[in-house]
Design a binder for this molecule. Structure first.
Ligand SMILES: [Zn+2]
Length: 147
């Protein structure tokens, strides 16, 4: 059972390598890729190494995201903090969805929450192994069986 998260957890901070704005983040153990909310520069920063600018985004996405990095909430009785958000799109069609990285700060466990056209999906890692027991059907479905 998880412990209750404090109402406020001080975020870690780093400086945008382009515009120098201070960026807050919460997953200090696993965070290495960042997008500056001010100038939308995408960069990698690991430890004390200099940040490496990868590219920039032309569109601001925060207004469309129903959850923001830093928010906390309870799912299935466990409290999580949103520590990452990504808007993804398929290359050849207009399908677009949002994937959130959730951190259960009491245990350090991560999970993923995705939303597509109002439908939410919660994903957690598992230690179980699965095998594909039937080849893909014409509709590309397969059957997974626990090993
Ligand atoms: Zn910036």
């Amino acid at each position: 059972m998880s412990e209750h998260l404090p109402a406020t957890v001080a975020p870690a901070q780093l400086e945008c390598p382009k515009c120098k704005v201070i960026i807050n983040y919460f997953d200090t153990k696993n965070s290495s890729f960042f997008v500056c909310p001010a100038c939308r520069t995408f960069f990698e920063a690991q430890g004390l190494l200099p940040a490496r600018i990868i590219n920039g985004f032309k569109k601001s996405l925060n207004a469309r995201l129903p959850l923001l990095v830093g928010m906390t909430g309870t799912l299935f009785g466990d409290e999580y903090r949103v520590v990452g958000a990504m808007v993804k799109k398929e290359a050849r069609n207009s399908a677009q969805w949002v994937e959130y990285v959730l951190l259960q700060q009491a245990t350090g466990a991560t999970a993923q929450l995705a939303v597509y056209e109002g439908h939410w999906m919660f994903i957690q890692p598992t230690d179980k192994q699965y095998a594909v027991t039937t080849p893909p059907a014409p509709d590309n479905t397969v059957t997974l069986t626990p090993c």
